[in-house]
Design a protein around this ligand. Structure first.
Ligand code: PMP
Length: 458
């Protein structure tokens, strides 16, 4: 029998945990997760939890898919590693790239591989710069992003990210990025402003920013179709329709960060399809391998691909690539993942089951501790508030953490993003399991509400 208390202390003696308060962890210990089955994971005492975040928005097929395990094992036995540098290639990298091209919108022409979403977005920046140098626009280098957008944690991708805790004390963001207003109608709109009017205002603000910075200096605008890690913020009606013509007018690339929204999450293959726009390039990761192996991909269109390729012809080599970009085991898992999504019509399943998911969230919007319910496909959030209005808590983040803890105690793992509670369950979830997931939520909200009142927060 493992000594659990001992392994909990050992953990913080040896690990510095991402996105955690190290001092609080030393005090309270970590939660050890030992195994997974379907949409559930089990802790080291054997207690089951519905994993309502699919891990980190990635395990679309749950936690023990036998076909993915088989694909990884087979590839591990056949060719556990090879790269695609300097004129070499392998079948799995090629086959997956062809599959991505066939599924992605916008006639994508080439695929580049990395291991993480952050590296994908770093690569996007480098491609935009390289492309603009190659086409004789070397001054076009600045990047536009949004407050609350999440694009990763490397120096460049963390700069794109619009969240204070990714910048604070890291000396970020770099001044290559300008952050625009969050497209969150409920919180940001003026009194009486409709979603369409708000979208039109955001497009005007975008144009004003471009003109103030000088359009000839701006390379790209990066956006998630639905902001994920910034709190599941669904764009207002008409948002991308309003933004896209502005970008086109000033020859600015639209990079779709589909690291969460790619591969069925919003009920279409890609989130940009759900919101009716076609980006110049797409970042994908997470559900590309259903979280079973690290892999990310960037897909680019023909105009960018040919300018880049011609330039490499002139200068002799394309000086970019990662040792593990296109890892054969990850690619083999990716191929099988996409085959399963297609065979089982996972986007169609998400579209169907998300109606029930949305109904639960909408019902909970009436709870006195909830300000707003948001959802797109199988991603959603409840934004907490002291009185159901847009008012924020005097002491932020405590109530969100409290509801998440109350839910964990009741067997559901979700994620508190500030005072929003995010849900992004495995895409294979059934309607009955959606009911099970939401069964304890009201009770957890009630318990947290009592606590918040006793603390003078609500
Ligand atoms: N982009 C988006 C939209 C993401 O949600 C994430 C991760 N949550 C990233 C980029 C960064 O991915 P990674 O953590 O794999 O670097």
């Amino acid at each position: 029998m493992t000594d659990l208390s001992n392994s909990r202390t050992r953990d913080t003696d040896s690990l510095l945990h991402p996105y955690a308060n190290a001092m609080a962890l030393k005090e309270n210990g970590v939660q050890m997760i030992s195994r997974g089955e379907g949409i559930r994971v089990f802790d080291d005492t054997g207690k089951p939890y519905i994993e309502a975040m699919a891990g980190l928005w990635c395990c679309g097929l749950g936690f023990n898919n036998a076909e993915l395990i088989e694909a990884a094992n087979e590839q591990m036995a056949k060719l556990p590693y090879y790269h695609i540098f300097s004129g070499r290639s392998h079948e799995t990298a090629l086959e997956l790239a062809e599959k991505i091209k066939a599924l992605a919108p916008g006639n994508m022409a080439r695929v580049l591989y990395q291991s993480s979403g952050s590296e994908a977005n770093d690569t996007q920046i480098k491609l935009a710069w390289y492309y603009n140098n190659a086409r004789g626009k070397p001054q076009k280098k600045k990047l536009l992003s949004r407050m609350k957008g999440y694009h990763g944690v490397t120096i460049a991708s963390a700069s794109l990210t619009g969240l204070p805790y990714n910048h604070r004390d890291f000396d970020l963001p770099l001044d290559i990025v300008t952050h625009l207003r969050t497209p969150h109608h409920w919180r940001e709109a003026e009194a009486g402003e409709s979603e369409l009017e708000f979208s039109a205002r955001l497009a005007r603000e975008l144009e004003e920013t471009i003109l103030a910075e000088d359009p000839e200096t701006i390379a790209a605008f990066i956006a998630e179709p639905v902001i994920g890690a910034g709190g599941v913020i669904v764009p207002p009606e008409g948002y991308f329709e309003a933004v896209m013509p502005v970008l086109e007018k000033y020859d600015i690339l639209m990079i779709a960060d589909e690291v969460i929204t790619g591969f069925g999450r919003t009920g279409e293959w890609f989130g940009s399809q759900s919101f009716g726009y076609v980006p110049n390039s797409i970042s994908m990761a997470k559900q590309l391998t259903a979280g079973f192996a690290p892999l990310s991909a960037v897909a680019i269109r023909e105009d960018m691909a040919s300018a880049i390729e011609e330039n490499t012809g002139k200068i002799g080599s394309f000086g970019h690539g990662f040792t593990y970009g296109g890892h054969p085991v990850s690619c083999a898992v990716g191929i099988r993942t996409l085959e399963i999504y297609e065979r089982d019509d996972i986007p169609g399943h998400v579209k169907r089951v998300s109606k029930r998911f949305a109904a639960h969230l909408d019902r909970l919007a009436d709870h006195p501790l909830v300000g707003q319910a948001r959802h797109a496909g199988l991603m959603g959030a409840l934004e907490l508030s002291p009185d159901g209005s847009t008012r924020m808590f005097d002491r932020p983040m405590l109530t969100g953490a409290k509801v998440a803890a109350e839910l964990t105690a009741r067997g559901v793992i979700c994620r508190a993003i500030g005072d929003s509670l995010a849900f992004c369950p495995p895409m294979i979830i059934t309607e009955a399991e959606v009911d099970e997931l939401f069964d304890p939520v009201e009770d957890a909200l009630n318990a947290a509400h009592d606590w918040a009142r006793s603390e003078g927060l609500a």
